[in-house]
Write a new protein. Structure first.
Length: 147
């Protein structure tokens, strides 16, 4: 049931997000810094992974806004979304954070992903940062993918 809902959520977002060329600088830097200590080095920025992150983030944003048609796509392994976007690979992980400031949202991502960010099985990543004005929360998502 959850995979069906996630697939439907992804189906409406097959175009690239408007910020696909420029990932959110502070969130991307936090991911790169967290990964710096891993023996495999930095992950590569992937526009398709950013698109997946944006789909996950927008689904949460819409849910908080009471405009969602489906439940949030908050599965920690959004493989259906990744597959719909043409991302090849068996490893997909979504990390999420929220806070009254972007810094707090980023901290949430880092806390949730403190172990996964150093996993060398993940080779690519994408990020999304949205502000939800009704609640005053910033929402951060990192999607990591690997072969």
């Amino acid at each position: 049931m959850a995979a069906t809902v996630v697939t439907f959520a992804a189906a409406g977002w097959l175009g690239m997000p408007s910020g696909a060329a420029d990932p959110h600088p502070a969130l991307a830097e936090a991911v790169n810094s967290a990964r710096a200590g891993a023996p495999c080095g930095a992950m590569h920025y992937n526009p398709k992974a950013e698109h997946a992150a944006d789909i996950v983030n927008r689904s949460t944003h819409d849910y908080m806004n009471f405009t969602a048609e489906n439940i949030p796509a908050d599965d920690p392994h959004p493989t259906a979304i990744a597959k719909d976007l043409g991302i090849e690979g068996t490893m997909v992980m979504s990390l999420q954070g929220a806070g009254r400031t972007e810094t707090d949202a980023i901290k949430g991502v880092l806390i949730e992903g403190y172990q996964a960010l150093s996993d060398c099985g993940y080779t690519d990543y994408g990020v999304s940062m949205l502000y939800e004005p009704e609640s005053g929360y910033s929402l951060a998502v990192v999607v990591m993918v690997g072969p």
